[in-house]
Design a protein around this ligand. Sequence first.
Ligand code: GTP
Length: 334
Amino acid sequence: MPDLATEIFTESVQFLQHQIPVTIVTGFLGSGKTTLLNHILNNRQGWKVAVIVNEFGDIDIDSQLLVAVDENMVQLANGCICCTINQSLVDAVWAIAKRVESIDYLVIETTGIADPLPIVRSLTTTALQQVTRVDSVLTLVDAESFTSAHYSSEAALNQLIFGDIILLNKTDLVAPEIVADLEHYIRSIAPNARIIATEHGRVPLPLILDVGIDRTNVGLESPKSGHEHSHHLENDGFVAVSFESDLPLILPKFQDFLDRLSPDVCRAKGILKFQGSQLHHVLQMSGKRYEMKSISVEKSASRSPPLNANQLVFIGRNLNAEAIRTQITECLAI
Ligand SMILES: Nc1nc2c(ncn2[C@@H]2O[C@H](COP(=O)(O)OP(=O)(O)OP(=O)(O)O)[C@@H](O)[C@H]2O)c(=O)[nH]1
């Protein structure tokens, strides 16, 4: 019978034969990461793609809005994989790597406020380097709501600095001159990145996956090396406020609530039920813009939101959680 050391060695050699390429999808709140992930999953053409989806809030909205990826999807909620729940990321990647024969590619979707650098480090400076190869850091930029003020968040700045590929997304919402100006500005921050203008993250996959960027020494040097990243949430002041209720919302009241929402809320998303409607609705708000789309009961019932339940997450700086929850409660049909 082989001893433990031999077993570990044998297992490692098997791993070494196949390093799973990994794309880390990052980008500020609401920039289009989940939309891009769905584009990748819809066009993967026979590739077995595993995804790890990280949510900052304690309600996992994103994975409910992804096209089905069944057992190859891992949800990591209620924390940020670049800091507070980094160990969960490491464990999840190991678990996926152990199924090495069945996975061709791994995509990690970070929260909108994640710093990609600690994630790259987790993959390249630990034992995970034996089983994974960071193919690229892919950063989405929302062409409509982009402002240099985002970069008072160090994590958001690092998303650009360490982006190998930058998708300048939502170009349908702005004039071509603004796209050109933004590209110029981004180029000044990330001179070596490949910048691609997109709508709804639609980009030919060979341009963004398995591009084999040489990461030797890349991503290990930070402009602020020595900085303790594990406190970035406190430094950046971002919080997530969650709300759930089995009672339906009254639509006009809820719309009024959204219109009066504090500008400190930079992102909101949710799966909602309104009084008098059999459908579930998906709320997407980034910046001041919001949209609500109905989804069929069958689709929503196949995933976690129980029928008649509302699930909402608000993300922003210095939010007053109690005030937000009180205001939504006033929109419920009691
Ligand atoms: N008009 C327009 N809307 C877009 C585009 N890409 C994404 N959206 C919309 O923007 C909203 C946010 O997109 P998501 O893909 O959820 O953004 P995200 O980066 O995953 O958001 P977080 O994970 O919460 O940070 C959704 O309503 C999308 O449909 C685009 O190119 N054009």
